[in-house]
Ligand binder design. Sequence first.
Ligand SMILES: Cc1cc2nc3c(=O)[nH]c(=O)nc-3n(C[C@H](O)[C@H](O)[C@H](O)COP(=O)(O)OP(=O)(O)OC[C@H]3O[C@@H](n4cnc5c(N)ncnc54)[C@H](O)[C@@H]3O)c2cc1C
Length: 522
Amino acid sequence: MQDRISRIIVVGGGSAGWLTAGVIAAEHSIDSQAEQPFELVLIESPDVPTIGVGEGTWPSMRTTLQRIGIAETDFIRECDASFKQGTFFRDWQTGDGDTYTHPFTVPIEFAEADLVPHWLGLKSAPPYADAVTPQTALFDQCLAPKQITTPQYAFVVNYGYHLDAGKFAELLRQHCTEKLGVQHIKANVSQVNTAENGDIRSVATDSAGEIAGDLFIDCTGTRSLLLGEHFGIPFQSCHEYLFNDTALAAQVPYTEDDQAIQSCTHSTAQTAGWIWDIGLPTRRGTGHVYSSSHISEDEATEQLLAYIREIAGDESAASVAPRKIEYRSGHRQEFWHRNCVAIGMSSGFIEPLEASALVMIELAAGMIADQMPATRDVMDIVSKRYNRKFLRHWNQIIEFLKLHYVLSNRDDSPYWRDNHTATSIPEALSEKLTMWRYRSPWHPDAEAVDDLFPTASYQYILYGMGFVTEPRHTASHQQDQRNRQAAELFRKNAARAAQLQQAMPSNRELLNKVREFGFQKL
Ligand SMILES: Cc1cc2nc3c(=O)[nH]c(=O)nc-3n(C[C@H](O)[C@H](O)[C@H](O)COP(=O)(O)OP(=O)(O)OC[C@H]3O[C@@H](n4cnc5c(N)ncnc54)[C@H](O)[C@@H]3O)c2cc1C
């Protein structure tokens, strides 16, 4: 076959580089002796460190790890991973101790029933998420989403992970090089060489010579060495909508060895940003993401330290040294150009509010593995489809993240007031909010089958934050029947929540058992 695509070069060895290499290598067996050989080389700088954050995943990570061929027990043991069942938000609505949750499980019977209109009609209703899913009942007591007898990657309630980013990249490296045949070169890419047709022909390195390939995957982090620097694909800022551009990250020790491990990421709003709090078995990862135009670094640090004092005491707060990470909020205008595709931070980053970066890497790697262009001609068709799809995903991320800010009633600082100005709200989001005043979002609002955020997620944020929908009118005989069905579903959900609270072990108990015995492999 002419122009067969058979040699893939990944540049960058952070989570993006290794996840991408793993997903592609697992799908396309690597064998240089085969009649039609397929090779995958990952080049990683020995000098440029990885970003070292990115500790919250979506449930999709279970599928990705399975696809790569990593046992869940090994993953949990090697990456200090714990179970994440969603996000717990505090102080987002009023700043006065208000709370709500965004769990990973969709509302009960979501395929068939939209429970929002019925929930809105309840007298003394529980919070929306509590009324429609049993998952949130596990949050308060830090309970696990499964039992030790549940097979690996299966669940009782849906879950993703919290993990140690450095250990994760190391596990992936080991697995990719030892089990999947990925070649690993430690060298700095110093130059990009162009072919006659304008493609990348090869990259020159400082210590491993020139490395040629058919498809180059740019996982070089925010530098975006191939797509951004070499091809000059412009960066599309979204700072006008989402103002955060700086993070202060800190690791916080537990105060007791057997302290409970949270079941979800905690996100606590501040005067010019928010603080994340992620529980691993060995420590907590915290950080303050904020807008540098709205607060000084000293003030932002003080807010983070005040939070750490509250959760871990004065001694811990005195011992941490937060690490500052600055970033541009936005994405490249195009992600796949000629024979080069950018994945991870090199393609863009907005903010970690809904942990959407790793899932975008998983989706990108999955699409490349599934639709690996057979020839150079086919690559131009696949890249067009890829760019369309990923632009849609980025636009949805911008809208969905902005939703959290738009719905807030806070006006205690310029940051929150600026977040409410009409020009800071994407037009498509304003239109949706206008529609949803009269009916709740449900399946008709999905734009594509592979939307990143399902309409269930919109429901959790909207009604968690007190959005008011005036239900549409329905013929009364239908309304009675639907109300009866809804009442039955609310009752069923409450019973299931009570049952799970009795049955599920704590996160720490389950993680200790996984370390000792491991999960069953199906
Ligand atoms: C504050 C913060 C919090 C985050 N939290 C989350 C979260 O909870 N969930 C989530 O999904 N995501 C999160 N992210 C995003 C997540 O961290 C990244 O998407 C993920 O780590 C992937 O990074 P990367 O591999 O693209 O880049 P990096 O980790 O920066 O890796 C870049 C790689 O490129 C290599 N490189 C650079 N230059 C060269 C060169 N010249 N030659 C060879 N190699 C080179 C480097 O050595 C490195 O190996 C967060 C990001 C930030 C900033």
